[in-house]
Design a protein around this ligand. Structure first.
Ligand code: ATP
Length: 135
């Protein structure tokens, strides 16, 4: 079994879709190991998106992820990293396949509702960053 970091970004909270999105993860069989509603500062955003801080799309992305409360969580399950990225769908909601979270619910490549760690290394780094006290 594998653990991964999932964010329900501020658009999910603002649009009242926390239940809808979390329900899909729960229905799939993933278990919630930790969960927290919080508004993050630019410093945490920069650390989380370290690989993107120099890209042109980053400043508006930072504004977006710090714009209001998000739900951070650690989910656990068999092949959780790959399973969650499949449930999330392609980055750009306009291109994501119907049936995926982004494909069904987002029309944006920035405000795309969810984040899921993209590898075991990222999951381990991101879980430590967001939930340093989690055993
Ligand atoms: P995430 O890492 O959030 O699960 P991802 O792996 O599908 O998404 P990345 O390429 O890692 O996508 O980009 C991280 C986030 O940056 C995206 O989820 C999206 O919110 C934003 N983003 C990526 N590319 C663009 C872009 N061209 N324009 C605007 N925002 C973008």
């Amino acid at each position: 079994s594998q653990r991964t970091l999932v964010l329900l970004k501020p658009d999910t909270v603002r649009r009242g879709l926390v239940g809808e999105v979390l329900g899909r993860f729960e229905a799939k069989g993933l278990r919630i190991v930790a969960m927290d509603l919080r508004t993050i500062d630019a410093d945490l955003a920069d650390q989380h998106y370290a690989e993107h801080v120099d890209k042109g799309f980053y400043p508006p992305l930072r504004d977006f992820v710090t714009s209001g409360p998000l739900v951070a969580m650690v989910l656990e399950g068999d092949e959780a990293i790959e399973v969650i990225r499949a449930l999330n769908g392609a980055t750009d909601g306009r291109k994501a396949a119907p049936g995926t979270i982004r494909g069904d619910l987002s029309l944006s490549n920035r405000e795309n509702l969810v984040h899921g760690s993209d590898s075991e290394e990222s999951a381990s780094r991101e879980i430590k960053l967001w939930f340093p006290d989690l055993p």
